[in-house]
Design a protein around this ligand. Structure first.
Ligand code: PLI
Length: 464
């Protein structure tokens, strides 16, 4: 008998509660898809079998977090959960000041309103939908300064989230540093495929920005996942803990916006955090949060939600957790790659991104290849994914034309601690089944387009 030589890792948890799933027939899915205008955001959750729409707010909390929920101090002012969260943010992210928000976009709203003046430019390592919208609503213009490799789904660059210093310098030369209030740097860049930024790059960005008096604001939403890539891909950090890497990343910034719904293993919550030298910005945010979110010691959250997030930080920096988290994505990625499915490489931190341009080469971009592919995957198996292509990219704020992004992707996003390896296998098999019939697939036309963040609510019909 052959010996089993390989030593596998397994999830560092066991399951205590389960949520039952409903299976649907193809006819039911056909009806559901038509009723939702071929937009997976408009499907009812009960019609979904495996929900890979997003990793945002869909995490499974631990018993330690649920126990913390019972310790919610629901005082209007000065909840003890706020002080606990503040202490954890100071300990793990290194920022002195904390303003809680209901979720990430609440923090984006405030930092944009405080720092951006009409006519300003905000460079970033690729856009994110809500981040860019808040920058634009504040009168700013987003400028993409990510390295070119990020726009190439086949490039194997280990840090495709890196900022291109030359692009940044060109922008400074063109508009002047005074018109650039800050650069927004995201960890594991979502729209690029969950691609990390290196510590070396963060150091360079910090040095450059310091010289020009430009702030660095991190989008810390998936910074812990980014820290894992730094530990495993940058030699200098192989013996450092995730917490040490995280703290060093944050030390090269002036503050961060955070959607706790991802890295921090909760279902709701976020914050704006600022370094010690940013007291004035903090004071302004602390005042503003009262207008838009709630008092500065709850920011739209219940005390119990802040407690769950504080405890989530402790669990999220655990190496066993993060190895299994990213290991699951790698497992699906390797499976799909081995059968020749076109995906963004290297596989990122929170999702597999299918390359819809190569998957459905017969479709023009205006026939919405990624939107089409997401609806076909649902039709085949009840698995819900998300478009990250031309629909998500929206329209140019000056000309009103569609933005035509280079990347036309479908995101299969894995919630943390929710699905098993068998769910992963079923997912890979569903994608394979759609790939086998790819030549017969027709595109979509948009029949309803909302004004803001259109991907959430747009409706489509099948092309004849
Ligand atoms: O959904 P919010 O408002 O908690 O967070 C907004 C947000 C900010 N930055 C990044 C990188 C995100 O990924 C993000 C939200 N992402 C969602 C909802 C997603 O499905 O990826």
């Amino acid at each position: 008998m052959e010996k089993l030589k390989k030593r596998s890792w397994a999830e560092p948890f066991k399951i205590k509660t389960v949520e039952l799933l409903k299976m649907t027939t193809r006819e039911e899915r056909e009806r559901a898809l038509k009723e939702s205008g071929y937009n997976t955001f408009l499907l009812k959750s009960e019609d979904v079998y495996i929900d890979l729409l997003t990793d945002s707010g869909t995490n499974a909390m631990s018993d330690y977090q649920w126990a913390g929920m019972m310790l919610g101090d629901e005082a209007y002012a000065g909840s003890k959960n706020f002080y606990n969260l503040e202490a954890r943010v100071q300990q793990f992210y290194g920022y002195k000041y904390l303003v809680p928000t209901h979720q990430g976009r609440g923090a984006e709203h405030m930092i944009s309103k405080i720092l951006i003046k009409p006519g300003d430019f905000i460079p970033g390592n690729m856009y994110f939908t809500t981040t860019r919208l808040h920058q634009e609503l504040a009168g700013g213009t987003f400028v993409d300064v990510i390295i070119d490799e990020a726009h190439d789904p086949t490039s194997l660059h280990p840090f495709k989230g890196n900022v291109d210093l030359q692009k940044l310098e060109n922008l400074v030369k063109k508009v002047g540093a005074k018109k650039i209030p800050y650069i927004s740097v995201a960890g594991t860049v979502n729209m690029a495929g969950g691609q990390p930024v290196s510590m070396e790059n963060l150091r360079q960005v910090r040095e450059f920005c310091k010289k020009h008096g430009i702030r660095v604001i991190l989008d810390a939403t998936r910074l812990i996942e980014n820290a894992y890539f730094i530990k495993t891909r940058e030699k200098e950090f192989e013996n450092k803990s995730i917490a040490e890497v995280l703290l060093e990343m944050c030390s090269y910034s002036d503050g961060c916006t955070m959607s706790g719904k991802k890295d921090l293993l909760v279902n709701i919550g976020g914050f704006l955090a600022l370094a010690e030298h940013e007291r004035e910005v903090f004071e302004e945010a602390r005042n503003m949060v009262v207008v838009y979110e709630g008092l500065h010691t709850y920011g739209g959250l219940a005390g119990r939600d802040m407690e769950a997030m504080a405890r989530g930080i402790e669990e999220a920096v655990n190496l066993d957790h993060i190895r299994a988290r990213i290991g699951q994505i790698e497992y699906v990625g390797e499976k799909l790659e081995s059968i020749g499915i076109p995906i963004v490489m290297p596989v990122g931190g929170h999702a597999i991104f299918l390359d819809a341009k190569r998957f459905l080469p017969q479709l023009k971009q205006i026939e919405y290849p990624a939107q089409t592919l997401a609806s076909e995957i649902y039709l085949d198996s009840g698995i819900r994914s998300m478009e990250r292509g031309i629909v998500s990219a929206g329209r140019n704020k000056e000309t009103g034309d569609h933005n035509f992004p280079k990347l036309e992707l479908v995101r299969l996003t894995f919630p943390r601690r929710v699905y098993t390896q068998a769910h992963c296998d079923v997912t890979a098999e569903a994608v394979e089944a759609v790939y086998e019939k790819r030549n017969s697939i027709k595109g979509l036309k948009m029949v309803y387009e909302p004004k803001y963040l259109r991907f959430f609510q747009a409706r489509f019909e099948k092309l004849a």
